[in-house]
Design a protein. Sequence first.
Lengths: 302, 302
Amino acid sequence: MTENPLRDQNGLTEPEFLQIYDASQYERPSVTVDMLIFTVTNKEQNNYRKLPEKALQLLLIKRGEHPYLGQWALPGGFVSMRESLDEAARRELHSETNIDNVYMEQLFAWGESNRDPRTRVISCSYMALADRTSMDVRAGDDAADAAWWEVAYSIIQEKRTMTEQGCDLERLVTMELRHGEEVLSATVRVTESMNGSVTQVRREIIEADGIAFDHAKMIEYAIERLRNKIEYTDIAFHLMPPLFTLSELQQVYEVILGKELLAAAFRRKIADVVAETNESTKDAGHRPSKLYRYKPRWERTW
Amino acid sequence: MTENPLRDQNGLTEPEFLQIYDASQYERPSVTVDMLIFTVTNKEQNNYRKLPEKALQLLLIKRGEHPYLGQWALPGGFVSMRESLDEAARRELHSETNIDNVYMEQLFAWGESNRDPRTRVISCSYMALADRTSMDVRAGDDAADAAWWEVAYSIIQEKRTMTEQGCDLERLVTMELRHGEEVLSATVRVTESMNGSVTQVRREIIEADGIAFDHAKMIEYAIERLRNKIEYTDIAFHLMPPLFTLSELQQVYEVILGKELLAAAFRRKIADVVAETNESTKDAGHRPSKLYRYKPRWERTW
DNA sequence: CTAATAGTGTCTCTAAGACAGTATTCA
DNA sequence: TGAATACTGTCTTAGAGACACTATTAG
């Protein structure tokens, strides 16, 4: 910033002003980051001929302290004065998963004034995506109680209500998280209200069983974003190992979108985003398939 | 939140814990909201037969205090302890433009640790869109020095650099803001670096003339978002008056996208998002055109 | 009549949905 | 051989780009 020679109403120049600026005069909220770390894994499979099903997984940490003691929460923590939001997010990510070089993006800043029973906390959520094999430094090494939860996301109701000047669109989303025998669940109501020219989206937790804070909202939001973004970006490849078959890739799309895709159309669509390799699978009780790798934008023709 | 009977390592229940929780033990950043309020207006036009050109406008406030005294900044302010982020944003919006019922969405939380020379400030930016006529309660009533600036946005360079494991995509964006004779300008470098599986986007201000803080980045980001979102949502209609011609609507799309569109294709594309009215324009030195209105989703067939 | 905008018709090309059909492996 | 996945060919439909063409007004 260039030196500003102007003087304010107190006759101070900018350096003088900054010299005596007292930052402690106002009460301030705490700021945290919360990480949504997603992977995809194979489910167990009994029939040796069938392909294993894929499942979306999310990392949660069991709370060892109040509030929400004993419940499960997103990994996260307070942002310190000397680090940026991104840095705080990477620090959290690293401390929970021991990995660093993964895709990460900021999602949303959650600012309801009563989000946290302790004090006013504003939380910025980030989503990270990684191939599960790259994280076999399994979460739980340092965090005593970290676990991967298999996520099932389903829209169980859609409702449209007319109001005086517009309409409300309401969606009930139920999520079930499984880890072994344990099950967590939550239902979130997403309301888009349109009133004249005002459009507002609101999320409320209808029911949450075992999920701390307002984290069920964050999970719902992140999955919605992921579903959206997988359609128009290459984000899905961050969930894949270096080599994969097209069927596996398709399964990942299917598990995130929550619907089946037609193989022919899928292959056409991703054709110029993948590159064939010489290798192929050999294991299973059926025709082997070629292994592909991601073809980054810079290898494609402009 | 339901009562939690568990006791933590100090033997406290959750209510007991909250009772003695001391929120003041950590140093905390300040949090602000910054508003990007956009409208579209007609430029002056000498030839009575020609249609007036449209221009995108942004509201800025002249800083009356350090830091950046005398420069122009986005309207915004500190988030108080008792209001949510959204509430803070609406409050700011209302206090600057005297309007309330307009479209608003959260954009991004800016968290570099040295963004503000006074102290650590995290800022959450919001974008608001409104029809200019609804805001003829012109900004400046209470804010001494508020003004609408005509925004020109242009990508002046695109560069691709190969690195060891990936590539960097760099974009130089120049923005010029005009208000009467005054001109503000800024150049922002947007770098998308892809390294292995890590993708990161970084924005740096190369040059800023008269624009305070890192607000040039926020403006660049908002316009990029607007450009993107106008393609797949109905967001543009928030910038239109209740009745408009299709040519006007097309102009708004053109001014935001920064390129010309073909009328035939444009009309096809928006055909089921607008509804014809009985009225039409009568003024100009050429064929009059029908006036349309926005047809909200709930009037369309599902 | 002219300059301007308003609005339509139609050819082409591309991408996606649908689905039938062929190919290849392992036990 | 049969059960499974891997992969291809092609018909159809929807939408966008391109562009030529017609329509209508004020002056």
